[in-house]
Design a protein around this ligand. Structure first.
Ligand SMILES: [Zn+2]
Ligand SMILES: [Zn+2]
Length: 307
């Protein structure tokens, strides 16, 4: 075990231009080495010295000593970035500490979950990609985005990137992994009687990361969208849910095609039904929102039957 160090000790190590330059130089030199699939490249003292503007070798030696153990790893073959070094140097290189460029308001596809109007607008609100309904003036959704995500895209590809990231994150969350820090997540289902659409879905799955304290909430219906049974069902109906944004599912809930209900208690069990035309998929979930059973059903003379 290493000795406990405070966050200020860790960050104080970086309050020096030369050390930030060293981390940057290690990343640049690894990039230029161009060794595909060789793992993290290790750089010798002299390779680093060539890349950093430092007075002499003893200064470099001192700074490398300070960084090693926290931001760098040292082996017989040389230096490479540690986990913290990787995270920090990517953050620095991508300039994700800068203020994001503004964008919007831009009209965007989808309907409002509250009023059903086709009047959504996307804009930047602090570090969030935010969608508002211009008809009822309510915020429909908000997703964290990074300054680099904005800087490297036009509006259309930015919207695509938000869809992709929210879908990827939703999958990780439902599989019990915090997308932010990688910790294990556990989930609870809670009833929200004042939900926007209590008849369609009044349950929320809430997952809190005990390590980084990020909290993730999702309507119960949306929590199963990326389950393989739902992806396959929608694919068969001609809809690729993996390419849709969360706000593009609002119409299904607003129109009552996606519903959830509690079907047992002690232990609690829930049923989510995702309908498309005369077909539907039913997913049964336990109290941790884990899907325990699925079935496809088809509407025959008004009633849904097992197909
Ligand atoms: Zn609205
Ligand atoms: Zn976390």
């Amino acid at each position: 075990m290493t000795e406990e160090r405070s966050a200020t000790d860790i960050f104080r190590l970086l309050a020096d231009d030369t050390r930030v330059d060293i981390l940057r130089a290690v990343a640049v030199a690894q990039y230029e080495l161009d060794e595909v699939g060789a793992g993290a490249a290790e750089l010798t003292f002299s390779e680093i010295y060539e890349h950093v503007d430092v007075e002499n070798t003893s200064k470099l030696s001192y700074h490398l000593g300070e960084l090693t153990g926290t931001y760098l790893r040292k082996s017989d073959d040389g230096y490479s970035l540690s986990h913290a070094g990787e995270r920090i140097v990517r953050f620095i290189l991508s300039e994700n500490y800068e203020q994001p460029e503004s964008f919007g308001p831009e009209p965007i596809d989808g309907i409002c979950v509250f009023c059903g109007a086709d009047a959504l607008e996307a804009s930047l609100s602090h570090q969030f990609f935010r969608i508002d309904c211009t008809a009822c003036e309510q915020q429909v959704t908000g997703h964290p985005i990074t300054p680099a995500q904005i800087k490297t895209r036009d509006v259309d590809t930015l919207i695509q990137s938000v869809k992709l990231r929210t879908a990827e994150n939703a999958r990780q969350i439902r599989r019990g992994m915090c997308p932010e820090c990688g910790s294990h997540l556990s989930a609870d289902v809670i009833e929200v009687p004042e939900s926007a659409l209590p008849d369609a879905d009044s349950f929320v799955v809430t997952s809190t990361c005990e390590e980084c304290l990020r909290e993730y909430n999702s309507p119960l219906t949306y929590s199963v969208v990326y389950h393989p049974a739902s992806i396959a069902f929608h694919w068969d109906c001609g809809v690729d849910v993996t390419r849709r944004g969360i706000w593009e599912f609002h119409e299904y809930v607003y129109e009552g095609n996606w519903t959830s209900e509690q079907i047992a208690s002690d232990p609690d069990e829930y049923e989510v039904v995702l309908r498309h035309g005369n077909d539907a998929v039913r997913l049964y979930l336990d109290s941790t929102a884990t899907v325990i059973e699925t079935e496809r059903v088809r509407r025959e003379s008004g009633e849904f039957q097992r197909s």
